[in-house]
Design a protein around this ligand. Sequence first.
Ligand SMILES: C[S@@+](CC[C@H](N)C(=O)[O-])C[C@H]1O[C@@H](n2cnc3c(N)ncnc32)[C@H](O)[C@@H]1O
Length: 251
Amino acid sequence: MTTYPSSSDLLRRWDAQQTAYIRHRDQRFTVMVEAIARQCGRAPRVLDLACGPGSLSAALLAHLPEARIVAVDKDPVLLAIAREIFAGQDTVSVLEADLDQLDWLSGIDGVFDAVVSSTALHWLAPQHLAQLYFALADRIVEGGLFLNADHLLYDDIAQPALRGLARQDDEANQERAFGSGTDTWDQWWDAAQSRLDFAAAAKQREAVWLGKIPPAKVTLGYHLETLRSAGFRQTGTIWQYLDDYVVCAVR
Ligand SMILES: C[S@@+](CC[C@H](N)C(=O)[O-])C[C@H]1O[C@@H](n2cnc3c(N)ncnc32)[C@H](O)[C@@H]1O
């Protein structure tokens, strides 16, 4: 009998796969959830942008079980997994949203104590990112946090040696992980799409991503200046490993 991976297996394998591409991914999550606990208290309302199968929301709940979370993404398969992961938890809502647009935000009531994102906002073109930051500024309480963990690549022209160090570190991390049996991105997707009950979501996924080309990456400076222009009073970084950062802005 063929056995298909459960959503919790897929989440565990997703975390391992993502950690192969992002060394110290768990440290980023720890820094983010501890910052939220310290600045926003034990029962914050949090928006998780581009949540994927729910890793960061799960890390938040493990640290802050009283948190109320709205987790959004546009990928139908990842949303299906996240919905199974948080099924029965009425403090977590998993919603479909395309961050290139803003209409989804008006469908969510109220304000947030913190807005978080991990390894995702590099998918947004600069004008969409700016639009999102300005909209979020109206939806975060005074003193609340925006936290974004992402690879913000060193510049090939201005910082070639730094870029080389980061690239070599990435390659070594991936070699170690894949050599010890961790899924690559493609292997993980093969496992997820082996789930027959995800067939419709997988079909929709093709349409969602059709023709999507990753935009030019923006710099750390762009994130900080745009957040400041949008109305965040303090902006900076609270964690860095090579070109991987946690950007933090205080409303
Ligand atoms: C590498 S995954 C990271 C997922 C999760 N945040 C994590 O750290 O495990 C990137 C995520 O960004 C989502 N994404 C990319 N562009 C998006 C957009 N325009 N709107 C919503 N989600 C988007 C993808 O669907 C995917 O879930």
